[in-house]
Design a protein around this ligand. Structure first.
Ligand SMILES: Nc1ncnc2c1ncn2[C@@H]1O[C@H](COP(=O)(O)OP(=O)(O)OP(=O)(O)O)[C@@H](O)[C@H]1O
Ligand SMILES: [Mg+2]
Length: 362
């Protein structure tokens, strides 16, 4: 995508004066119209990436390109990008229209033009009826919309959002996620959003960039990240995962058969990062929902002792132990009529067909 990327970070490193490495040789292409999320644990470099894109932080090395042009030296206000900050940074003494119009004040527009653009931006975020309201009188969700309108009023090429929804409570947050995605598709504007909430990243992004210690672990669509994590970090970070040491039993043209203690798993060849030799020890991951539970044994199942359970409404999570002391997590979808399992019970488990991946150890 290097040539037709709208925004590109090219070999960007950021070493702070303190010696802390914020970003370590990050190369990232973002296409026009994409919704990209930067996801990772605290301190992994998400905000630093966004600040380098916006121009608030100069990279120690590497370049920032927009439409193929080097913008590394451009000041923030000379870049056709806009940022929505985590705390919204609204002016409490101004009303909604003044806050939104502030984004336009650096441009020399007539007051009629300003008024028109402010109205359009507020309409976009569904706040037309609050145009004269004081910001201090608004709810969290409404303030968030004002901040969005203020950032969108200049029609930026790219909108950068740093944890834009983190101040909202869970229900409102979910509703705003849907609205944000809808707004983005309607406008066709490129959005780059920082979040440490994987559910949020998975539900609204076209692609997710997983960062860890200043480096990119994987860039992929939500489904690919979930189904085909490339590293143990991603496997462990996205969703719940059983990460298991396994031994290779045999390799056939279609599968690599491994054993996790007494349990055999046939891992499809295209789910193996490497094709290891028999008896090699490999790192295998299998999702909790990819293990099936039954009450009676067959020749495909292994016995498992339930050590504890957690009730999640639509599913029940079982923590089980199989022979050799291996511990596994199993998620069972449930309906009101389905059985619930209790700690202390012995059940019989097997991996569902096609489950599991062999990760590279790198
Ligand atoms: N101005 C600074 N001076 C020194 N170190 C900094 C500075 N800003 C960030 N860092 C360090 O750089 C690393 C990356 O920070 P960054 O703010 O990008 O993390 P983040 O992924 O946004 O984390 P969070 O989820 O906590 O917001 C951290 O180790 C942080 O302590
Ligand atoms: Mg941050």
């Amino acid at each position: 995508m290097a040539n037709d990327a709208l925004l590109r970070l090219e070999g960007v490193s950021k070493i702070f004066d303190t010696g802390t490495i914020g970003l370590d040789n990050v190369t990232l292409d973002i296409a026009n119209g994409e919704f990209v999320s930067l996801l990772g644990p605290s301190g992994c470099g998400k905000t630093t990436s966004l600040r380098v894109m916006a121009g608030f932080e100069a990279p120690t090395s590497g370049r920032v390109l927009l439409d193929g042009n080097d913008i590394t030296a451009l000041r923030p206000y000379d870049r056709p990008l806009n940022t929505v900050f985590q705390d919204y940074a609204l002016f409490p003494h101004m009303n909604v229209a003044e806050n939104v119009g502030f984004g336009l004040s650096l441009r020399k527009l007539s007051s009629a033009e300003t008024e028109k653009k402010v109205k359009e931006a507020l309409e976009l975020v569904g706040l037309s009826d609050k145009i004269r309201a004081r910001v201090s009188m608004l709810s969290g969700g409404q303030r968030q919309r004002v901040a969005l309108a203020r950032a969108l009023v200049c029609s930026p090429r790219v909108l950068l959002l740093d944890e834009p929804l983190s101040a909202l409570d869970a229900n409102l947050r979910e509703q705003m996620q849907i609205e944000l995605k809808r707004l983005q598709s309607r406008l066709g504007t490129t959005f780059v959003m920082v979040t440490h909430d994987q559910g949020e990243a998975l539900s609204i992004s076209d692609r997710i960039v997983v960062l860890n210690r200043g480096k990119i672990e994987q860039i992929a669509s939500p489904a690919t990240l979930y189904d085909a994590p490339e590293t143990s970090f991603v496997a462990d970070f996205i969703g719940s995962m059983n990460l298991l040491e396994a031994e290779v039993l045999e390799t056939t043209p279609s599968a690599v058969r491994v054993s996790v203690g007494p349990m055999a798993i046939d891992i499809p060849r295209d789910c193996a990062a490497t094709v290891p030799a028999p008896r090699a020890s490999v790192l295998v991951c299998i999702r909790p929902e990819e293990l099936a539970v039954q009450l009676f044994p067959t020749n495909e199942t292994v016995a498992a002792q339930i050590t504890s359970t957690v009730f999640y409404g639509p599913m029940q999570r079982l923590f089980v132990e199989i022979a050799g002391g291996r511990k596994l997590m199993i998620d069972m979808g449930r309906r009101r009529s389905s059985e619930t399992f209790e700690a202390g019970t012995t059940v019989h488990i097997k991996p569902i067909r096609g489950a599991g991946r062999i990760l590279s150890r790198a």
